[in-house]
Design a protein around this ligand. Structure first.
Ligand SMILES: Nc1ncnc2c1ncn2[C@@H]1O[C@H](COP(=O)(O)OP(=O)(O)O)[C@@H](O)[C@H]1O
Ligand SMILES: N[C@@H](CCOP(=O)(O)O)C(=O)O
Length: 354
């Protein structure tokens, strides 16, 4: 008999200023996988899987419908193959509905990875806990901030365990071995490296109910890998202490009701990633500084969302006014934008039976 379910996964904004690779916030824009498994259909397809894709994000990148290439199904196959299941159950169809803009700093890849591990777990009937699924996510997306937010929901602080030397080697296995290059439908029969236990952990923080997130999304892509390549290998003690001081304040500042705008604005400052990413995002330095809670009522703080180019402005009201001002700053650099008013998504990725 056929079965159907939906996997719903929120997008995320990572860092929130000083919490580089540590802090993440799940937001109310959801990737959905509408999955049907119909064993009565004789499978004609490679890997027993057919993909369709519905773009609701206004992205121009073409998403592959080949299950060996598509990030979501590739990740699901990784989880399945770690459990000696070589393909999807016959006959699986996955309809992807994606409103998350690609390569803009709203964690589209982390969300896709989370949806992929949830898909592998569900179709393979593996019964893995979300804590274990986080390990699988971290073998692919190697910083925990986006994936933990999308998997568990809410406003999270994350950390990686100090692993035993043999486990460190397993965690650092090149991505090409975790997600091997497509073999053109030929099953190599290789079992991929399973993740060590308990790589990553998270803690949920409070989020003050008055605070909403405005995402100002420029019409250009900054691949996260490029935005990580512009960062230095080492930092001055002064810059590290600057970020530690603010990162330690941030959860209390964003969790206190009513919010204190000056405290939040200060707690969202950063010297570890944003200053270096200005080379990829025209006008970034000015955009992060041109308004403050003193000059813009309703504003609490501004930061780069993830690796950018999206700007995240936290605010209690006057959302349109704040968004319009940031859009105008980008327009001064000949960059057009869309913007969205989002809320924290307290529920993480979930499977909904149909
Ligand atoms: N829903 C999806 N389905 C397939 N691939 C996706 C999906 N979402 C994101 N990706 C892949 O992730 C890439 C973007 O990842 P990345 O550069 O990390 O940006 P982001 O900040 O959006 O996570 C896309 O170019 C695409 O290859
Ligand atoms: N901590 C990472 C977060 C990347 O987020 P994304 O949404 O841009 O993928 C970083 O800052 O590189």
């Amino acid at each position: 008999m056929a079965s159907s379910f939906v996997i719903r996964t929120p997008c995320s904004s990572a860092n929130i200023g000083p919490g580089f690779d540590v802090i993440g916030l799940a937001l109310s824009l959801h990737l959905e996988l509408h999955v049907t498994i119909d064993p009565t259909t004789a499978s004609q397809r490679p890997l027993n899987c057919a993909i369709t894709y519905e773009d609701q994000s206004r992205s121009t990148e073409a998403i592959s419908l080949d299950p060996e290439v598509n990030l979501i199904t590739r990740v699901a196959l990784y989880v399945l193959r770690c459990h000696d299941q070589r393909a999807f159950p016959a006959e699986t169809t996955v309809h992807i509905v994606n409103p998350i803009p690609l390569g803009r700093g709203l964690g589209s890849s982390g969300t896709a990875v989370v949806a992929g591990v949830m898909l592998g777990n569900e179709v393979g009937r593996l019964g893995l806990s979300k804590e274990r699924l986080l390990d699988y996510c971290l073998m692919i997306e190697r910083h925990p901030d986006n994936v933990a937010a999308s998997l568990f929901g809410g406003f999270v602080g994350t950390y990686l365990n100090e692993l035993k030397p043999e486990d460190v080697a397993r965690k650092e296995i090149p991505l090409s071995e975790v997600l091997p290059a497509p073999a053109g439908g030929i099953d190599t029969g290789n079992r991929p490296p399973a993740p060590p236990l308990g790589i990553g952990h998270y803690r949920k923080f409070q989020w003050a109910k008055e605070i909403k997130a405005i995402a100002i999304i420029p019409d250009f892509v900054v691949p996260t890998a490029n935005a990580r390549n512009v960062l230095p290998q080492s930092y001055s003690r002064a810059d590290v202490v600057f970020n530690l001081q603010r990162a330690a304040l941030l959860p209390a500042a964003l969790g206190s009701s009513p919010p204190d705008p000056d405290m939040i604005f200060l707690a969202m400052q950063d010297k570890v990633h944003q200053p270096y990413r200005k080379t990829l995002i025209p006008g970034l330095t000015e955009i992060l500084q041109f308004m403050t809670p003193a000059t813009q009522p309703g504003l609490l703080g501004i930061c780069l969302s993830g690796a950018g180019p999206t700007i995240l402005a936290l605010a209690t009201d006057r959302f349109t006014e704040i968004a319009d001002r940031i859009v105008a700053q980008f327009a001064a650099n000949n960059i057009s934008c869309q913007w969205k008013l989002l809320e924290p998504a307290q529920d993480g990725a979930m499977v909904i039976s149909k």
